[in-house]
Write a protein that binds this ligand. Sequence first.
Ligand code: GLA
Length: 734
Amino acid sequence: MSIHANPQTGLFTLETAHTAYQLWADGQGVVHHLYYGPAVGAADLRGTEYCSDCGFSPQPAGMDTQRTYSLDTLCQEYTGSGVGDYRIGCLRLAGPDGSRLADLRFAGFEVCPGKYSLPGLPAAFAGEEGQCDTLRIRLRDAVSGLEVTLLYGVFAEADVITRAAVITNGGSGAIRLDKAASACLDIPFGAWELIHFHGRHCMERLPERGPLFGAVQTIRSARGASSHQHNPFVILAQPHATETAGECLGAMLVWSGSFKIECEVSQMRSTRLVAGISDDDFSWTLEPGASFTAPEVLFSYSNEGLGQLSRQYHRFVQRHIIRSVWRDRHRPILINNWEATEMDFDAEKILGIARQAAELGVEMFVLDDGWFGSRSDDRSGLGDWEVNEAKLGCTLDELIADVHALGMRFGLWVEPEMVSPDTPLYAAHPDWVLAAPGRAPATGRSQLVLDLGRPEVVDYLYHIFHRLLAEHDIAYVKWDMNRNMTDVYSHALPPERQGEAACRYMLGLYELLGRLTGDFPEVLFEGCSGGGGRFDAGMLYYFPQIWCSDDTDAVHRIKIQYGTSFGYPPAAMGSHVSACPNGQTGRTVPLATRAVVAMAGMFGYELDLRALSAEEKEAVRGQIALYKQLQPLVLDGRLDRLTDAAADRCFTAWQFTAADGSRAAVSVVALDPQANPWPIHIRLRGLEAGALYRDSLTGGVWTGAALCHAGLTLPILRGDYPAVQIMIERTEPL
Ligand code: GLA
């Protein structure tokens, strides 16, 4: 059992392979956070707490004589409200008497084997590698009857501790929650830097790193989606932490809607991190007996640098978040028609692209936006999911049969959560969109957001898409979502419950995704929101991969995939070779380099391959053959970021190593070839020191130690963005 509970002392220690986490319910019932870091054996860490008589930090009632005891200075597991802790808090509420107070005290615990579940929410599961134990800590406010159950899932082997909170009204009057965070992590000591992942549409998740300081720093999305601009994943790192050394810990929300992660360095220099759904425009009324479940946060810690922390998340997301049967399967190399045709196509054009792709070895054809209703541009047709046979010139089944005849599987784009104002669906149900009475709602990409908080909307969409998947032989679905929320108002909710609308939308979406992915487990789902606008662990619970960005410029993609890789596995990143000059940037990058970059994720093509020269087509054949060999490394291997791709100027490099250490693939892209150049020299990582490896660059045989310490020097790379891939194979001594 990885959880040690001592009811006498009130100490709880959670142990993973390399870390420990300790909390303590003291005699007052206040639950302190004592420690999260490298394993410390069975140590009782109560003596490490710093308690001082800090002026203007009040004592809880009854503790007047103990001036060193203040909720304002203690490190805590979850805060109450309004009773003496002035730092960022976990809860804001209004009780039946109108008071904003909650004084949470220990009311019991439970330890049990296995992983708790969060009904209605995506959450980590134990799975077949099922090492997980659960700790439940119950907190209670004696006056209002509010109860908070803190949930801890200890994944010992994975070095991950999950947390969530269930807030229950155990009193007799209604309680309105205005903030309901998932978890608080108080770190008693140390100066920490915050790394977060910032961006925009077509340039998502670039890491930004800076010191934490006394002011509150907030990473948030208020868009009703986790967003292109921010990601619900942050890292706290010691100032000197690098890829290969130093302390760092991550917090990843399993939530796809508006969120908030706040950090604050307190007056006593402890660091507090509070994570959860966004409390902006949020409220939730709990009638007596009702509960609200705050989504899960995945915490992981490493003192071996950011690379190791990322690998812990990669493995955890792959093993304990992604449920799809596709997780470990060969993912088909696909061709998507979007960048080649946008919505200007008919079956003949589509089949022309498909035919060429099949001939070169592509395994699946994906028909993107524009196949349904009156959808001839991005102003119309969403919600009218009837196949536009007049436009295609055939039925969907005929098109699918033709694609199958080419030896390829067939995939389809959908955008279920939206409606265009010109559709019969909107005319029939104007109250099914997010819009407030008397106000014309704002549009985004000319579309409106369906109110998925309404069960009848979820049912309607379920039947439409269930039918689509049941009636046609569709092997893959690209599930898109192309605008953010405005006018967040649900016609199904009374005025006093409007603060629940955005959150109920997400719960409705999760229900819909759970039903559809459950009914069609063999369908490979790829998430998308204008590329990576909803790239989060919540979505990955349903979709094993997500289209990483609408920017397919390979040089930009290096940065986007690099930033994404801090928290999310490369196996989750959809990544395609597109045409040049690139549609988004106008830049021309060699085909070989585009392929090298796309091979760092789930590989495919998104261009009309007929336009390539005979030589390029031959190259595509080779790329497909090579990727088939490399994909197992990307799905299940170890990623090392050999350079800092966000800052690299001359070249960038990364390495995938097979889980069994038998082979590795190193990719190098020169960004700015030099005259009279310095050598490009790279040192590999993660190879077995004493084992022998042959590298495809020099043909030489080296020990792993030699490759990792002495490294390899590349030949001079000239021209625009040349790339080199070096294969490293384990070999026996001669
Ligand atoms: C979004 C997606 C694109 C494409 C278009 C279709 O922008 O990210 O890949 O599917 O929608 O409208």
